[in-house]
Design a protein around this ligand. Structure first.
Ligand SMILES: Cc1cc2nc3c(=O)[nH]c(=O)nc-3n(C[C@H](O)[C@H](O)[C@H](O)COP(=O)(O)OP(=O)(O)OC[C@H]3O[C@@H](n4cnc5c(N)ncnc54)[C@H](O)[C@@H]3O)c2cc1C
Length: 259
């Protein structure tokens, strides 16, 4: 699941004060979404171009066309992403510029009932008996890994804090135990990620991760982020096209790469 926790908001009073102070009180924009209004204002401050000219959508289009991407960095969005595998978040967090992350801690949170994210390739196995056979193999393995995880937690607790020892197990030891036990959990382990980015960074991410060369899971996540963010940034992201292949895969293309 993808939830949009927050997106940039304009302080209308301060914007009006600025425009009045600078003699542009007649300026207005057709921007409906705050993030896009912020981007337009930031761009117009560069040339003090608050008197007529391009419409809002033309203005955003021109920013992309002229590769003035730094202006897009003023619009930000925060996503909460659940149901994503650790394999996928490992790829995700390689995106550094313009991104901030918070992720579920496997040292703090007990993974004794961890959910697993099955790779989408299983859904493409056409013969039902092959699909079920391979699914069972996968499921036995991932369930087994959680059982081994639980066994390590129990045994470590017993070894390092036996029942006859006085006092409760301290937080440092708990974290050390979970930190060691998690080593047997697979890449498929479900996790939760909070990710904040600016619009330029999201565009780069979409081009890398919603492209046809990207892994299926991160591509699906990227398409969801695109669909969620499109509601906030219809012009900034309006140049992307979703391509659907005959086998049900989706990817994004644009004629404005790496703005
Ligand atoms: C299909 C695919 C296959 C991949 N395979 C592998 C693989 O086999 N092994 C592997 O390790 N990784 C792999 N990656 C990850 C890839 O190498 C990048 O680490 C990842 O996509 C992050 O992109 P980015 O480097 O553009 O970083 P971002 O943080 O998204 O940066 C955005 C842009 O900012 C600039 N930038 C960011 N940081 C710096 C910096 N330190 N110095 C200079 N400029 C900077 C660059 O222009 C960069 O493109 C793969 C990615 C894809 C999409």
């Amino acid at each position: 699941m993808v939830y949009v926790l927050a997106a940039s908001r304009v302080n209308e009073k301060e914007l009006r004060d600025f425009l009045t102070d600078e003699g542009f009180e007649n300026w207005d924009t057709a921007a409906v979404e705050d993030g896009e209004k912020i981007v337009e204002v930031a761009g117009r401050v560069c040339y003090l171009s608050f008197a007529g000219g391009r419409s809002h959508d033309q203005y955003i289009e021109h920013l992309k066309e002229s590769r003035h991407g730094s202006v897009l960095e003023h619009a930000t969005i925060t996503f909460i992403i659940t149901g994503i595998s650790r394999a996928c978040t490992h790829e995700f967090v390689r995106h550094r510029a313009g991104w901030s992350y918070s992720q579920l801690s496997q040292r703090f949170v007990d993974e004794g009932h961890a959910q697993m994210v099955r790779p989408r390739l299983f859904d493409k196995i056409s013969r039902i008996d092959d699909r079920e056979r391979l699914h069972r193999l996968w499921e036995d393995f991932v369930k087994g890994s959680v059982e081994v995880y639980n066994r390590f937690v129990t045994e470590f607790e017993w070894l390092f804090n036996p029942p006859h020892a006085a006092g409760k197990i301290d937080l440092g030891l708990k974290k050390a135990i979970k930190g060691a036990a998690r080593s047997v959990l697979p890449n498929a382990t479900e996790t939760k990620l909070v990710a904040t980015c600016n619009a330029r960074a999201l565009r780069h991410f979409l081009e890398m991760r919603a492209g046809s060369a990207a892994d299926s899971e991160i591509r699906a996540v990227a398409i969801k982020l695109y669909q969620a963010a499109l509601q906030y940034w219809p012009d900034i992201l309006g140049d992307y096209q979703v391509i659907r292949t005959p086998d049900g895969e989706e990817y994004l293309t644009t004629h404005y790469e790496k703005v």
